[in-house]
Design a protein around this ligand. Structure first.
Ligand code: NFU
Length: 399
């Protein structure tokens, strides 16, 4: 028996490490994956501030998925105040989130290319396609959210302003431009992943519950009724064996006392009948299935964005103005948004327009402990493949 440490793990956002106990054949008998990204203390410094600060600040957790944080933050405060955005505000907000997914999922494909694509010409062609797709996704966020990163248009009560008819036409054109790139890239990625003959078929298989609230956007009511009442949280020190937890920078959220997996596979299994037949020879419970599911989610996000842009009435209001000094300080607003990497939960209490309580359970925070488990049973040389399948965003996780 010996220990293998991979630090830092590579080709994902943020800093993290693997600490693996392995047997004499290099098979992982006990897997630990942990964040080593320094905590910045967002929840603490959001508390006590004007409620409008929470979506602005929390969208700075990370530069890849700021849209989910501005959204979940706004929605948690809306639910604490008991207000609802107007219909077109919700349509526009969903479109903004989908724009983010249409850039974030292809970005992950870029990060795993070196694992699976050995032909430099094919890798270059995929890189060019991916970057074009990301530009379009970010362009949609720019138009709907007011900026491609840290979109200021997402507000408590909906979206600060509607878009023009010309902007709506532009988005329709952008989605048309995205389609052929997407078809080629998703087809290429699925063939590449399913055709791989090196990765162990059962890599990343684990027995943890899948957690999802929706295919594309997220559903806070589903989170509250199916998961939140079973939620608990423990310290990393009490979760990881030995001294490993002393270095870990995220808490360990649990559902029913166990770690969970959120993200593309969880969503597609729960809502789209994703099963063994979608995964070729790879086990539907494993890491390659997550990569496959992520590729399959891109056309779903694209189709939903097309529906929503048609539904958007550009003449209608998009914002329900929140009461300036609203909030009773008691009601816990719980919001769950389906971030690219899993369920992103923000919870808030508001009193007289100020945040009195703020807590976030971010997509990667949920996934981190499951990633370690998912490395067990295979040779340690595959452990980083497992990590990358979850596309961890460790800065998000370690806010
Ligand atoms: Fe983020 Ni940078 C995503 N996807 C993570 N993890 C937010 O939830």
């Amino acid at each position: 028996m010996s220990q293998v440490v991979v630090s830092p793990t590579t080709r994902h956002e943020g800093r993290s490490k693997l600490v693996l106990e392995v047997d004499d054949n290099g098979i992982v008998t006990q897997g630990n994956y942990l964040s080593t990204t320094p905590v910045r203390g967002f929840e603490k410094f959001i508390t006590g501030k004007a409620m409008e600060f929470a979506p602005v600040a929390s969208s700075r957790f990370c530069g890849i998925c700021p849209i989910t944080h501005a959204t979940a933050s706004s929605e948690s405060i809306e639910r604490a105040l008991g207000i609802m955005p107007p219909k077109d505000g919700l349509v526009l907000r969903q479109l903004c989130n989908l724009g983010n997914r249409l850039h974030s999922h292809p970005l992950h494909e870029l990060l795993i290319l070196p694992d699976f694509v050995k032909d430099p010409n094919a890798a270059m062609a995929a890189t060019v396609r991916i970057q074009k797709m990301r530009k379009i996704g970010q362009g949609i966020v720019d138009i709907t959210g007011g900026e491609a990163i840290h979109a200021p248009n997402i507000r408590i009560g909906g979206m600060q302003k509607n878009i023009s008819e010309a902007a709506k036409r532009k988005i329709i054109q952008m989605l048309n431009d995205y389609e052929p790139l997407m078809k080629e890239q998703v087809d290429f990625m699925l063939k590449t992943l399913k055709g791989n003959t090196e990765v162990p078929k059962k890599l990343g298989v684990h027995d943890r519950e899948l957690m999802a609230t929706d295919v594309n956007y997220g559903n806070s009511d589903v989170f509250e009724t199916e998961y939140f009442y079973r939620f608990s949280e423990i310290t990393p020190k009490s979760y990881y064996p030995g001294d490993i937890g002393l270095e870990a920078c995220t808490s360990i959220p649990l559902i029913g006392g166990r770690t969970v997996e959120g993200g593309p596979r969880a969503r597609l299994v729960k809502y789209k009948g994703f099963s063994q037949k979608d995964c070729g020879d790879f086990d539907v419970r494993g890491a390659m299935a997550i990569n496959i599911a992520r590729a399959m989610e891109i056309p779903l996000a694209h189709a939903r964005a097309r529906e929503l842009i048609q539904q958007l009435d550009t003449t209608k209001p998009t914002l329900t103005k929140p009461p300036e000094s609203g909030g009773d300080g008691k009601t816990l607003g719980v919001a769950a948004n389906e971030a690219p990497r899993g369920v992103n939960v923000h919870t808030a209490k508001v009193k007289d327009g100020k945040i009195t309580y703020y807590n976030c359970l971010v997509a990667t925070t949920w996934n981190i402990p499951t990633v370690g488990k998912a490395c067990e049973g295979q040779h340690y040389k595959w452990a980083e493949y497992v990590v990358r399948a979850y596309d961890p965003c460790v800065s998000c996780a370690t806010h």
